[in-house]
Design a protein around this ligand. Structure first.
Ligand code: PMP
Length: 447
């Protein structure tokens, strides 16, 4: 299998082939937060797959919900005038669970197409309301909004721009709110004021009459878990309101208990105009994403006020009944099943585990919220110097992690990302930090 993977499957993001034998880790099974590969090695998954398997592996009730739906009705198109019960019930539930004012749901297959859909709906909205010039979008450096052309252009990570003409001419970026490396220092209010000023300046440069929306993740996941100061999200939301541009919260990672509440926006009482979500929506058991929007935005969409102008936008698998049935059961586990409460109960120990690592010789900065954490490694703590890429730190970390029975994300700049299942037990949490420390020590001891 390892050889066949090497011969047939493409892994574009991984330039290196970890684990000495230089092949992929072929995963075979999972239970709780532990995975087993085809060679029988047990691996503690400290990254919930790709920040998605929030409820952990092996939930029979999800398997049963999927199987029952496959038997009853495996497919129903969400296109045209068709619908299906699980998709309707899931939309109802998402509206109940999301911040106030998000009343309408469009289902996608994942996060990238949720972002694309949000952009298209926003453009439709402004066209329908007689402001077609409002078609410029602003996002953050270091943000991640997917791998489609639209999403990679909104993304603020150069690797996703390389070789393509993105960002597109209507996509713009402002600096990230990155307290550890902010030019204004780490004072929370200074970082917030700087972001607000940057957003105002960019909108002024483009002309408010031309700017449609500002996109942001409440925590920037793929750039290395960059956590803005408390109050930042609210300040950015309020600035958007003041400037008459829509605020889109991309909660693909932060949604579904990852930062504590169901959605990160709740922490600051923020109601975005649109919200994108995926990953934890189905906890990875089936592919699905969604974009939620206010009635105001919905008013510009085809089956709203202008049925004579249908919008050419939709996916074959939008509102897929099996994914929706999975989503409903996953949401039940978060709420009635107590998994969201568990996330909140584990968060202090997670924070303590991160802070314990601050003194490690390789660690420059630790940061986190809820069960989402980042550990930024540096070669010089005082200067905050990143490791020389020639040292191949992410590869070394990944190899050492495998030997120590743990999976985490090793970002290109040497930051470690943690996002364990939010169903994680107290013992699992202790084991996670023990294996992580051992991994860091092993890398430190390498020549
Ligand atoms: N937005 C954010 C914030 C994400 O983290 C991701 C995926 N990591 C996406 C969008 C894209 O989601 P997907 O990979 O499901 O297309």
């Amino acid at each position: 299998l390892i050889e066949s993977d090497r011969n047939h499957l493409i892994h574009p993001v991984t330039a290196f082939r970890p684990h000495e034998r230089r092949g992929a880790t072929v995963l075979a099974s999972g239970k709780g937060m532990y995975l087993r590969d085809i060679e029988g090695n047990e691996l503690l998954d400290a990254f919930a797959g790709l920040w998605c398997v929030n409820v952990g592996y092996g939930h029979e009730s999800i398997v049963e919900a999927a199987a029952a739906q496959m038997r009853r009705l495996p497919y129903a198109t969400g296109y045209f005038h068709f619908a299906n019960e699980p998709a309707i019930r899931l939309a109802e539930r998402l509206v109940e669970l999301s911040p106030p004012g998000l009343d309408r749901v469009f289902f996608t297959l994942g996060g990238s197409d949720a972002v694309d859909s949000a952009v298209r709906f926003i453009v439709n909205y402004y066209n329908a309301t007689g402001r077609p010039a409002k078609k410029h979008f602003i996002a953050l450096d270091k943000g991640y909004h997917g791998s489609s052309t639209t999403g990679s252009g909104l993304t603020g990570l150069p690797a996703f721009h390389r070789d393509f003409d993105v960002p597109l001419p209507w996509q713009h970026h402002i600096p990230a709110a990155y307290p550890y490396r902010s030019p204004v220092g780490s004072d929370p209010q200074a970082v917030i004021d700087r972001s607000v000023a940057d957003l105002r300046a960019k909108v002024a440069e483009l002309g408010a009459e031309n700017v449609a929306a500002f996109f942001a993740e409440p925590v920037q996941g793929s750039a290395g878990v960059i956590v803005p100061p408390p109050g930042w999200l609210k300040a950015m939301r309020d600035t958007c309101t003041e400037l008459d541009i829509l605020f889109v919260a991309d909660e693909v990672i932060t949604g579904f208990g990852r930062t504590g509440p169901m959605f990160a926006c709740e922490t600051e009482g923020v109601s975005p105009d649109l919200m994108t979500m995926a990953k934890g929506l189905t906890s990875g058991y089936a592919p699905m994403g969604a974009v939620l929007m206010s009635d105001k935005v919905y008013s510009g969409i085809a089956d709203g006020p202008r049925p004579e102008l249908p919008i050419g936008h939709g996916f074959t698998y939008s509102g897929h009944p099996v994914s929706a049935a999975v989503g409903l059961e996953v949401l039940r586990l978060y709420t009635e099943g107590g998994i969201l409460a568990n996330a909140q109960e584990r968060a202090p120990r997670f924070r303590e585990g991160l802070l314990d690592l601050q003194d490690h010789p390789l660690v420059g900065n630790v940061r986190g919220v809820g069960l989402l954490g980042g550990i930024e490694l540096v070669s010089d703590k005082a200067e905050k110097t990143r490791f020389d890429p020639a040292l191949r730190l992410p590869e070394r970390l990944t190899n050492a992690a495998y030997r120590n029975g743990i999976i985490f994300r090793a970002f290109g700049d040497g930051t470690i990302g943690l996002a364990p299942a939010i169903s994680c037990g107290a013992d699992d949490m202790d084991r996670l930090f023990a294996r992580l420390r051992k991994t860091l020590n092993d890398v430190l001891d390498e020549p």
